[in-house]
Design a binder for this molecule. Sequence first.
Ligand code: ADQ
Length: 480
Amino acid sequence: MARVFIISNRVALPNAGVQPGGLEVALKATLRKHSCVWLGWSGEVGETPQTRRIDRGDNSYVVSDLCTADFEEYYNGFANRVLWPVLHYRLDLAEFSRRDLSGYLRVNARFADELARLLQPDDLVWVHDYHLFPLARALRGRGFANPIGFFLHIPMPPPEILAALPNHENLIPALSDYDLVGFQTDGDAANFARYLAKELGMPSHMSLRLGSGERAMRIGAFPVGIETRRFTRMAERAVRTSLVDEVLRSIPGALMIGVDRMDYSKGIPQRLEAYERFLAAYPQWHGKITFLQITPKSRSQIPEYSDIQQAVNATAGRINGTYATASWTPVRYVNRPYSRTALSGLYRASRVGLVTPMRDGMNLVAKEYVAAQDPDDPGVLVLSRFAGAAAEMPEALLVNPYDPEAVGAAIARAMEMPLEERRRRHAALYAALLRNDIGKWGDRFLTALKGDRPKPGSHAGAALLNDLLAAPRTAAPKPH
Ligand code: ADQ
């Protein structure tokens, strides 16, 4: 098979230690199965940027530093202060500047130059995430006709929100230079299809004439999964380690766990408020539940992130100040990352997994929590309906994270749930995880990219633009 070029903002170098982040987890199986070249930013910032290459087995890693202006404008600026909030439905947090946009385009052009030096005509190119929307356009402009796919790990909002993104009329149509554009859910793919129809008057057939020539772009849903059985085995071992034992011995009653990167999309302050409402409404659980929230810091250069940090500290302090006793601390808020092994053991030891993002592309923590459970005595997943994972996990207790009382009631329901019901829900959730194991995700995407249509009825097969727009609808507006 041809080499697979993976391009993403950050590259998880082999043996680089703990790096919380979904991309690394999602790509692990693809790296094991194919000969890959993974290219992106090294994570270093310097005035004389260097490029390094590491070869490991069948894979190579090519990473380049960014200069300070690139880091500020491309990464901190346009990617994290404009695209991240807008795509998470937070227009109120977006801070657009033309300078940041030009930095974003400049770094994309640089990645295209880097790729141009390495690509052979039969290589497949798989581009990841919102940092790199215009990369295919930059590659096409350099004369490359390789199959190029794009996967968006975060949500695609409806066109009414996307249209508020300054310069969307250039940026979003640039996605049509990809052969395949993949999303986490059918809802995200449908939002993109609606954008194309609404903003660009694009017809509901798949040959699109846009920008650099005629190209058949397809769009589809490819929900990211996890390595289910592997994670289960890891949790079985990890639950017997001294870390888990010490945690369990140090708390009275049951453990409830939340694990997230520090980000406003994850709804951590709102989750703590929901727990506070739960403690107020269900005093019978005082002293019998401990909420462990694990959240390493991220993007702390950006003020919104230090604001959440403060809000979380304040709420956790208030809850403990109100309810703690000499023998019970209701919230333990931990600010450091844990290994995946340690997390898996903690998930298994937890009676409730609280995963309540305000908006999330998928959310792998929800899936890991389910995979980690003991099927004979499983814990209960309380999951935000606004996580992409909710579409595949209807047997979780689905909640609206904007409604703290409802989340509090779901915690109570999870704590009280009879064993039979817990087993039934867990079995259904676990079966869904196996159907969409991550090992199949990369294959599905790469097969679709090579042009093979997915088998009808296959889970998470590419839902094509045709299908998404198949419902009878009024004539599309003309392009403006
Ligand atoms: P993230 O928002 O980074 O990724 P999420 O899916 O919540 O990701 O979790 C990613 C991984 O990081 C999980 O394997 C989890 O165990 C690990 N992780 C999270 N918090 C951690 C912590 N506190 N300590 C240690 N490890 C931690 C993006 C999108 C998601 C999407 C993924 C994959 O925002 O919606 O699910 O990509 O596509």
